[in-house]
Design a protein around this ligand. Sequence first.
Ligand code: SF4
Ligand SMILES: [Zn+2]
Length: 262
Amino acid sequence: MSADRLLPDIVSLSPSGLDDWERCPRLYLNRHLLRLPPSDDGVSSGLGNLVHDLLRLLHVSGDCHDERLQHETLENHGVEENTAVSAMVRQHAARCPSPSRAIGHELEVVRLRRGSPVWIGSGRLDAVWSHDGILDIRDYKTGAPRDGSLAEDSRARFQAWLAAPLAAGGRMRVRYEHLGHDISADPIEYEPDADDLARAEADLTAVIDAIRHAAARAEFVGVRDREICRTCAYRSICPDSASVGTPTWPLPDDNGSSLPTS
Ligand code: SF4
Ligand SMILES: [Zn+2]
């Protein structure tokens, strides 16, 4: 395995890639560098994708607080009332700063880190609003909140660093909307200042260095953690796995031809 084949001269990283790297370097290798198709069923992203699509559509069609528009959008996508998805859409409306000025929905952002080493950060921001003198970056979550403050969450710090040019030196805030949980009284948010953003960039650059180091040594060591491996999409093919899995890939039969697994 050669570092030349694994990494381009300028490495790029996204918040989800960073999250995978922190969970397990081998997972990062499989998914982001080798781009292997999953060998196992992982955590389904179907619910999250549907909620993200519905919210984007609501915002580009009108006001997400409009109950008639909510009903039509849900109905057009075959989502019935009184389901988890309809509850999440309404939970969002109760937290949304609309009709503030929207900078974008599902906004793709790319930022070049100058200096040595040069690297590229990229990601998609679920919603970016401008209101009350602040750039408000929203991330929709359908799962449970993680322990700890958002100021210590490397994904949120990365998102803030990516969005910082949009704030042009003004105030900015990252807020996670956990749509299945009532946290309206205690929102999960992070408002970094210039020093926080500089520290985030330094920490991200250290991660880039660690990835380059791992690639140079061809050493992406698996975490071997039962809890993390239990839902890993590569657990049945990973030599470091701490959890048994059955590959969903076609397996060769005794004659060498491929058979789908049931
Ligand atoms: S099975 Fe475990 S060790 Fe292997 S890639 Fe997945 S998380 Fe890492
Ligand atoms: Zn909204």
